[in-house]
Write a protein that binds this ligand. Structure first.
Ligand SMILES: Cc1cn([C@H]2C[C@H](O)[C@@H](COP(=O)(O)OP(=O)(O)O[C@H]3O[C@@H](C)C(=O)[C@@H](O)[C@H]3O)O2)c(=O)[nH]c1=O
Length: 169
């Protein structure tokens, strides 16, 4: 490295979860490493302290304004990372035995807040593409896709205390 190079932290640097309000939900800041050619965007390493196991990586897009909710995975843990655009990810804890039962958390993530969000099984979640650009979400799931292990709840079901509408003010 030349004397003027910026110091690059070692990949083993401890990535400390950010302020999650929900038990078992982890929000981990990620690095983008730009240079004059382009960018390297971190997501998840098998030697990271918060890595569990690998199942499948897949991607989902949503057009501006589209809501993809509510999903309740009974077995799958999800590692979400919005790699293009912006989304608001909403998690609602309806787990009977959870110390944070009843808590709802909104996480605005993507280009302007580049984080990994780990969602444990049984935590209800959904997301909405915000802004003007199609959002691209990566999920590094801890098990291969199994359509039988996910329950869907209507995004406007009053049983979940959340309004997806844009909050002006
Ligand atoms: C999620 C997924 C879907 N599919 C198929 C099933 C279906 O025909 C089509 C659309 O699937 P869905 O309607 O479930 O997709 P979608 O409504 O976008 O929901 C998915 O969002 C991503 C972020 C997830 O984490 C998934 O768990 C699931 O919640 O794609 C796969 O083949 N593999 C997959 O891993």
């Amino acid at each position: 490295m030349g004397s003027g190079d910026s110091p690059i932290r070692s990949p083993q640097d401890k990535e400390v979860p950010m302020s999650s309000k929900i038990h078992g939900l982890n929000i981990i800041p990620l690095r983008k490493i730009p240079d004059e050619r382009g960018t390297i965007m971190h997501m998840l390493r098998a030697d990271a302290p918060h890595f569990d196991k690998f199942g499948e990586v897949y991607f989902a897009t949503a057009y501006p304004g589209v809501i993809k909710a509510w999903h309740l995975h009974t077995k799958q843990a999800q590692n979400y990372c919005c790699i293009q655009g912006m989304i608001k990810l909403v998690c609602y804890d309806d787990r009977a035995d959870s110390p944070t039962k009843g808590v709802l958390q909104e996480i605005v993530m993507g280009d302007l807040n580049y984080v990994l969000v780990q969602i444990p099984p049984l935590l209800i979640n959904g997301w909405k593409c915000i802004g003007t650009q199609t959002a691209l979400l990566a999920n590094c799931a801890d098990m291969p896709h199994d359509p039988t292990e996910m329950k869907r709840i209507d995004p406007f079901d009053p049983a979940i205390p959340y309004d997806w509408a844009l909050k002006h003010g």
